[in-house]
Design a protein around this ligand. Structure first.
Ligand SMILES: *Cc1c(COP(=O)(O)O)cnc(C)c1O
Length: 470
């Protein structure tokens, strides 16, 4: 077994190895079922890893959403929950933490990220308007469309190429934004939806220079920019590592500057913020905030809890502070890279450079003989589960859904299977087991055939679609 490359892993502190800045205080036993049981579980789940029972999963890399381990400080905070219907003290802690680290003026709490996306889309998009974005995200785009908007991809071309080593593959292509302005007119653009890091591109970061330039271009035309801040702290890590003049700035400073180029943000606190549930919408504009805090009462809950319990807001407020610690993020991304380096050493095709929260297996390169319409990434997720009980997720043609106008599949260039690493949950030994399983599935790739979809839900089909073997 290879070890992490000391050049990339430990260089900054002049030592070879690195380790997590915590120790384990409580453990949860894992269960491994037999291959025959996995075969049955997979069939019952229609070859969709979202439909597996968690009890049938060994190492769960479905998502990093809400699957993080909370710290002893966060658990202690849970006991300080103020479960008042209105004006809970935990809300004010959360508001303080958001203002201090993200720097926006107003906070609207929501039950999770899509709650914030729903409200932002309703208050900021008029029917028939366009929304430019650096690659779509499933729930984000759906809420934009449900509000009457049309999403237009304005990410740089490099993002669609899994092998391209651009250091900021999440960047917005300003020429594409300019072209959109020229074609539809600035008044018909609701806002630019800036994601950091870009989940669907492989957790790829956006540079500070790009965010600043986007702000300038949009300000010239009176267009707002809203940030998907779900993994903005992970994004800050890449800016610190790769962008000139940021090496000596803390993640907290970088995050604050990055957010300053945007007018507000939606947040899924289940990711960066080390919580199990929660989210928020932040806005600088007083009028939009008025509308949003009225709307939250309709869909989420009162404007001082938005669907979260007081204890959840407390855990989240503490999680924000922990998430911006430089040593936390170095270990978090270091673990993702460790897995990436094992796979790269074995010449298994993955999206590179490795991003912030996951390893994305390139299913097109993995299974060149399986056409995209036979769902290669879905197939790979199923095969991995069968081999070892490891649960991953499809990020390809199934996730991309259908074109709202033509009804045909959207066929994304990227056909990926995501191994998502929860924060502070698994050890390096677990990563070794994962790499070995991917290798075993890779070695059998020539024998593997694709799937056909036998049930397709109308919205966000990847969550509940069912498949059969071809
Ligand atoms: C998870 C996620 C969301 C949606 O948040 P939920 O908390 O799952 O509703 C939005 N954007 C990105 C980039 C995400 O990863």
């Amino acid at each position: 077994m290879t070890h992490p490359n000391p050049k990339t892993m430990g260089q900054q502190f002049g030592r070879r190895s690195w380790a997590e800045p915590w120790k384990i205080k409580m453990v949860e036993p894992l269960r491994v079922i037999t291959r025959a049981e996995r075969e049955r579980a997979l069939q019952d789940a229609g070859y969709n890893t979202f439909l597996l029972k968690s009890d049938d999963v060994y190492i769960d890399l479905l998502t990093d959403s809400g699957t993080n381990a909370m710290s002893d400080r966060q658990w202690a905070g849970m006991m300080l929950g103020d479960e008042a219907y209105a004006g809970s003290r935990n809300f004010y802690h959360l508001e303080d933490a958001m203002r201090k680290y993200y720097g926006y003026k107003h906070l609207v709490p929501t039950h999770q990220g899509r709650g914030a996306e729903h409200i932002l889309s309703k208050v900021a998009i008029k029917d028939g308007q366009y929304v430019g974005g650096n690659m779509y995200f499933t729930t984000t785009r759906l809420h934009q469309e449900l509000a009457g908007g049309t999403f237009v991809d304005v990410i740089i071309d490099e993002a669609h190429d899994p092998a391209n080593l651009h250091p900021f593959k999440g960047n917005v292509d300003l020429n594409k934004v300019q072209k959109l302005i020229d074609e539809v007119g600035a008044q018909n653009i609701a806002y630019i939806s800036l994601a950091a890091t870009v989940n669907m591109a492989g957790g790829q970061p956006v540079s500070m220079a790009n965010a600043r330039a986007l702000r300038e271009l949009c300000s010239q035309h009176g267009i707002r920019v809203f940030l998907d801040a779900t993994r903005a702290v992970e994004n800050a890590f890449f800016i610190q590592e790769r962008e000139a003049d940021y090496q000596n700035k803390s993640l907290a400073e970088i995050l604050h500057e990055f957010c300053s180029y945007t007018d507000g943000a939606t947040m899924s606190a289940k990711k960066d913020s080390l919580a199990n549930i929660g989210g928020w919408l932040a806005l600088n504009d007083d009028v939009l905030f008025e509308e949003a805090s009225n709307m939250v009462v309709v869909y989420e809950g009162l404007h001082t809890y938005g669907g979260m319990a007081g204890r959840d807001m407390e855990a989240l407020a503490i999680g924000i502070v922990e998430s911006v610690q430089d040593d936390h993020m170095r270990a978090r991304i270091g673990q993702v890279r460790y897995l990436g380096e094992l796979l790269t050493d074995w010449e298994i095709p993955i999206v590179r450079p490795v991003g912030g929260h996951a390893i994305f297996l390139d299913a097109r390169a993995f299974y060149p003989h399986i056409p995209q319409d036979d769902f290669p990434a879905q197939t790979l997720a199923a095969e991995l589960y069968l081999d070892s009980g490891i649960r991953s997720m499809e990020r390809g043609i199934v996730s991309a859904g259908r074109n709202a106008k033509t009804g045909d599949h959207n066929r994304p260039k990227l056909e990926l299977t995501r191994l998502t690493i929860p924060r502070r949950v698994y050890t390096q030994a677990h990563m070794d087991v994962v790499a070995e399983s991917v290798k075993a599935v890779y070695d059998q790739r020539a024998k593997t055939r694709g799937l056909k979809m036998v049930f397709e839900p109308k919205y966000l089909r990847f969550f509940q679609a069912r498949f059969e073997r071809l």
